[in-house]
Each structure stands twice: as C-alpha cells, then as structure tokens.
Design a protein around this ligand. Structure first.
Ligand SMILES: Cc1cc2nc3c(=O)[nH]c(=O)nc-3n(C[C@H](O)[C@H](O)[C@H](O)COP(=O)(O)O)c2cc1C
Length: 183
C-alpha cells in the first residue's frame, strides 16, 4: 500500500480566492497522469508535511508579495518543515509569463521589471530552487478593495479568468520529466 506520508511530489499552495488552488490541482493532475504519486496541500493545513522527492510551491500575489501564510512557510521550509528536496515555485498574479488580466501593453512593460517575490528569494537561500514561474490568475468584481478597483481599471484590467492552462500543463510536464530523470 502507498505510504500517504511519502509522495513523489508535494504541491503546496496559498490562495485567497481560489485561482491558485485551481492551478495547484491542475499541476497535480498532470503529474498523476504520468504515474507520479502526488499530494496537494493548502498552507492553511497545519498538519506535518508528507516527505517528498520534489516540492511545487505556489501562492497568490497580494501587494506584490506571496500571501502571509505562504511567506511564513517559505521562511521555515527547510529547518522547521524538513524539506530539502528540489523546489519549483510559482506566483499567481495579474500578469503571467504568457497571459494577463491587465492590458497586454502594460503586461509587456511589467514582466521584465517585476522582481521575484521575497518569499521566493528566501526559498532560493534554503533549498535547490529549480524554477520560478509567473501565472496570471483570475479576478472578479468585488475582489479588489475600493481604490484597488480604480487602479485595476486604469491599468486596463478586465474581470476574468486569465489562467493559461496549456502553459500551466507544459510547466507541469517539465517538472515531471525532471523528477523522473533524477530518480
Ligand atoms: C487585495 C488584492 C491584492 C492584489 N495585489 C496584486 C499585486 O500586487 N500584483 C498583481 O499582479 N496582482 C495582484 N492581485 C491580483 C491577484 O494576484 C490575482 O487575482 C490572483 O489570481 C489571486 O489568486 P487567488 O484567486 O488564488 O487568490 C491582487 C488581488 C487582490 C484581491
């Protein structure tokens, strides 16, 4: 029987409105198709993490940074959580590598100028960080608080789901082949 405390890949995520969870679940289902043993966990789950050969760790972006619970876990991933496996990180924001919730002109301007979130920089210092990828998420009317809503419209923002599923799946396949080539 499979040991639930030991998986090939652990997909860990932090979400406020659910789009990051959707991406985490899609990555997990792509990995499972290839026969990889995968567990998906929210950072809100405080039980001990299963041991894993690889960690995929993603968070929604608020105010240019990972959500506080993900930031907190990223800061203690090696020492307290015991993760020493290679890590693939992803950030879910208004602007992804291949799609955007904002105007495409503004997205082209922002992509090369957006610094890596602090949590990702912290991960890099503790574990072998194999990649960090930006995905666009989704936004609905009412998600942004007052002033943010106005700024969002001024930036050419549209309320919609901008997740690029083929790009997300391609990234998952790259992780899968890296995991299998190292085992
Ligand atoms: C309060 C708030 C702050 C946000 N801050 C940013 C930001 O600083 N940069 C950005 O690109 N997107 C920002 N966004 C957009 C979110 O990153 C995007 O909607 C993402 O899909 C949210 O993921 P979730 O559905 O998993 O919570 C913000 C959204 C909200 C609601």
């Amino acid at each position: 029987m499979t040991d639930p405390n030991c998986v090939d890949v652990l997909v860990l995520y932090a979400t406020a409105k659910g789009s990051t969870r959707g991406i985490a679940e899609r990555i997990a289902s792509c990995l499972r198709t290839g026969g990889t043993r995968v567990a998906v966990r929210s950072v809100a789950d405080t039980s001990p993490l299963p041991s894993c050969a690889a960690l995929v760790f993603g968070s929604a972006i608020h105010d240019r940074q990972w959500l506080p619970a993900a930031e907190d876990m990223a800061g203690r991933i090696a020492e307290e959580c015991g993760v020493t496996a290679p890590v693939w990180a992803f950030s879910v924001s208004s602007v992804g590598s291949t799609s955007t919730l904002l105007s495409s002109r503004l997205a082209d301007f922002l992509r090369p100028r957006t610094p890596e979130p602090l949590a990702v920089q912290r991960l890099r210092k503790q574990v072998p960080l194999r990649d960090h990828r930006w995905f666009a998420g989704s936004i609905a009317p009412g998600d942004w608080p007052g002033v943010g809503r106005v700024v969002f419209r001024l930036m050419g923002g549209h309320y919609r789901d901008a997740r690029d599923w083929p790009d997300i799946e391609q990234w998952a396949r790259r992780i899968e082949s890296a995991v299998h080539s190292s085992t």
